[in-house]
Design a protein around this ligand. Structure first.
Ligand SMILES: Nc1ncnc2c1ncn2[C@@H]1O[C@H](COP(=O)(O)OP(=O)(O)OP(=O)(O)O)[C@@H](O)[C@H]1O
Ligand SMILES: [Mg+2]
Length: 248
């Protein structure tokens, strides 16, 4: 039994952490080319839910369907290979490495294969890195600049460009606008909309409803490990969601 209307469907997800129930029976779905905003107070279970979807840990109960097929991810690698790319605010990039190396980390392009060895194709990676960055509207000087020289918003942009380059089907962004200036946040929202234009689904977690509401097609509200709301943007408002979230 599966539903092809959705790229992802999580059903009845439960997760406990040594006696603490982080998720209790959550149903969560993401459509094709859909932006789903995931909101809720601190400790509501947002990160836990997306970590289960990105293969970080298994659910204690419940099922995950991706493209209509039930999946059991035993590592983040497996989820990524299927096209689920997760961008964490802090660990999205290696600051001391170049933009290009960050984009191709673990998936380097090589030129020639001798047995299992290949030569890194630096010129092609340079060219492809710049193309990928331009694809999200990021015009950076050089693919060799270090990521630590970039602003927080630009780093998110590089991570999103990477997800696009490797043809991800779902990009999960956990608090991508955290600690960013207003202008930088706007840029990140633009990147998320660009994903949608390219047919890529995304999950956007944020505490800031004014960031989530304008871009999300649907907004899911978690509270104390339970889903307490699931609305299309047109049927709700920032005020309604805020009200729902402050209920005891
Ligand atoms: N690795 C862990 N070990 C123990 N408890 C955990 C772990 N990860 C999460 N929890 C607990 O599970 C609950 C849900 O946490 P989670 O990080 O998913 O919340 P969140 O909605 O992402 O919160 P925030 O908005 O603060 O990021 C919290 O009570 C948290 O303390
Ligand atoms: Mg979190």
């Amino acid at each position: 039994m599966h539903d092809h209307r959705y790229l992802v469907e999580m059903r009845n997800i439960h997760k406990w952490f040594s006696g603490v129930c982080a998720l209790r029976g959550v149903d969560f779905a993401v459509g094709y080319a859909e932006i789903v905003g995931l909101v809720g107070d601190n400790g509501a279970g947002k990160s836990t839910l997306i970590k289960i979807l990105s293969g970080f840990y298994p659910p204690d109960e419940g099922k995950i369907f991706f493209e209509g097929q039930e999946r059991h991810f035993s590592s983040p690698h497996e989820a990524r290979d299927l096209g689920i790319e997760t961008i964490y605010q802090e660990a999205a990039m290696v600051p001391k490495m170049s933009i290009m190396r960050n984009i191709f980390m673990g998936r380097e392009l090589s030129r020639m294969r001798l047995g299992s060895l290949g030569y890194l194709d630096i010129p092609r990676m340079e060219e492809e890195a710049m193309k990928a960055l331009q694809g999200v509207g990021l015009h950076l000087r050089s693919p060799h600049a270090l990521v630590e020289e970039l602003s927080g918003g630009q780093r998110q942009g590089v991570a999103i460009a990477r997800a696009m380059y490797f043809k991800s089907k779902l990009v999960i962004l956990d608090e991508p606008t955290n600690n960013l200036s207003v202008k930088e946040s706007e840029k990140v929202l633009e990147f998320i909309l660009e994903l949608k234009r390219q047919g890529i689904s995304s999950i956007f977690i944020s505490h800031n409803l004014y960031h989530v509401y304008p871009v999300a097609d649907r907004i899911v509200v978690l509270s104390h490990g339970e889903k307490i709301g699931d609305f299309r943007r047109e049927e709700t408002s920032v005020e309604k969601i805020t009200k729902l979230m402050v209920l005891p």
